[in-house]
Design a protein around this ligand. Sequence first.
Ligand SMILES: [Zn+2]
Length: 192
Amino acid sequence: MRGRVGYRHAEPYLRRDFNSRCAYCGVHEQVKGGPQAFCIDHFKPISKSGPVNDYANLYWVSIPCNMIKHDKWPTSEQQHQGYRFADPCREQDVGVHFAETDDGLLQPLTACGEYHVSTLRLNRAWLREHRRDRTQKWERLNEAYQLQIELQHSIEARPTDDATRIMQRLLSFLSEEIQGLKNELTVAIPMW
Ligand SMILES: [Zn+2]
């Protein structure tokens, strides 16, 4: 990769390496209508002497995150105090910098988390609602799994009668609901 826009050739590799998700908010391309809603971000901005064509400085991100981040970078004074972006490529678990509440809010746990969450505006309404909704779906999925197991046991234990036939219909309904939830959760923002 050379020149001013050479880094654009990295797109297919970045999509693969970032699992088609935004490096910052975790949103999946599919939820946003495809890869056209994403772009390549220079983790360390070019204007702050970040390398232009170094693959290790290129991140696959959603367009809103890219626009919000723009050329923001902590000053050396801020860096000295621990304020910086969490780096999903060089840190084993960026989740140590913030925790998610039941209603989808990301609460910073470190100076890095504070800088990261506030600078990238990771508590913007859409993301927060998506995370809250995803957590509720996980809870419903767990409940549905539990019901499925109980229903299966119950059907096996009873002789065939009307109630059992209804239970069997209920079981297939439940299985379809479970599959639907699983499909949605596959592309939801992961649990931090
Ligand atoms: Zn994003």
